[in-house]
Design a protein around this ligand. Structure first.
Ligand SMILES: Nc1ncnc2c1ncn2[C@@H]1O[C@H](COP(=O)(O)OP(=O)(O)OP(=O)(O)O)[C@@H](O)[C@H]1O
Length: 259
């Protein structure tokens, strides 16, 4: 597999910058001093075993959880210092694509896509809404599903619709929580391609959480591995995995199958 091209990435501009971040739940010290920069236009993949705090990290970036200590700067704003109103505004620029797609089963695909728009953007005409829904569906290659119900779609299609629903607000940052979980290898590759298409078309900056090393290799301009509450390894996929001096990293690699 070819290494990913670094198009549209501005290494001078960190859109997410994290220093000394800690987060505990009671005695459980999940994040223990996380330092991380994510640059404009890049896809950063976060790897780590179950329970290492990957979801906690992106929830903090999305303003859904507050840090205990350290600074988390997202699009130039320190999330811990924002008012509720400022946080709501920031959240509109940070799209969160949930692992389970989080679609409403009783709504059609059109209604699912309209929902975030109508709730968050004022004074949109019917024509604006229709146009946005059609464009988001086109982006994910599922225009024909507009009047269907989520239960009529496959798991891979539901993932795509979940991504479309996040894209409809045109976020500057996309956070993908295990986008290929539960999908077969071929459908997973389709989703990986979609993540790359979103990056190319929207020039968005993304964090992709995954256990899937094929996904990491396909979509990541850089990979960061969360080990014992910190990012001890960061770099290209090859840089992170080429040296076998850390058995935690090797164990992770050996349990995956990389094409
Ligand atoms: N709101 C919360 N209250 C208490 N504990 C929490 C909360 N959120 C997460 N945790 C705990 O923090 C730890 C890290 O959780 P997190 O969901 O970030 O793991 P993860 O790395 O995303 O795992 P997975 O790959 O299995 O999704 C877990 O032990 C979890 O139980």
């Amino acid at each position: 597999m070819e290494e990913k091209a670094n198009t549209h990435i501005n290494k001078q501009e960190a859109v997410i910058s994290i220093r000394g971040l800690t987060k505990s739940f009671g005695d459980l010290h999940v994040l223990r001093g996380v330092d991380l920069d994510v640059f404009r236009g890049e896809n950063l993949v976060v790897l780590g075993r179950s329970g290492t705090g990957k979801s906690v990290l992106i929830k903090i970036i999305a303003g859904l959880l507050m840090p205990d200590a350290g600074t988390v700067t997202v699009l130039g704003q320190d999330v811990a210092r924002l008012s509720t109103k400022e946080l709501d505004q920031l959240r509109l620029k940070v799209g969160f694509s949930f692992q389970n797609s989080a679609l409403y089963d009783s709504m059609t695909i059109r209604e699912n896509l309209e929902f975030p728009l109508v709730r968050n953007v004022r004074n949109l005409s019917r024509q604006d809404i229709n146009h946005a829904v059609e464009e988001a569906l086109e982006d994910v290659g599922l225009s024909q599903t507009i009047n269907q119900m989520p239960s009529e779609l496959s798991g891979g299609q539901r993932k795509r619709i979940g991504i479309a629903r996040t894209l409809i607000l045109k976020p500057e940052i996309m956070l993908y929580d295990e986008p290929t979980a539960g999908l077969d290898p071929i459908t997973s590759v389709d989703i990986n391609n979609l993540i790359n298409e979103v990056q190319e078309k929207h020039h968005s900056t993304s964090i992709v959480i995954t256990h899937d090393l094929t996904c990491a290799k396909m979509v990541g301009n850089r990979v960061a591995m969360l080990l014992d509450g910190r990012f001890e390894r960061q770099g290209t996929f090859e840089e992170v995995f080429e040296s076998n001096d850390d058995e935690r990293v090797q164990a992770f690699y050996n349990y995956n199958f990389v094409t």
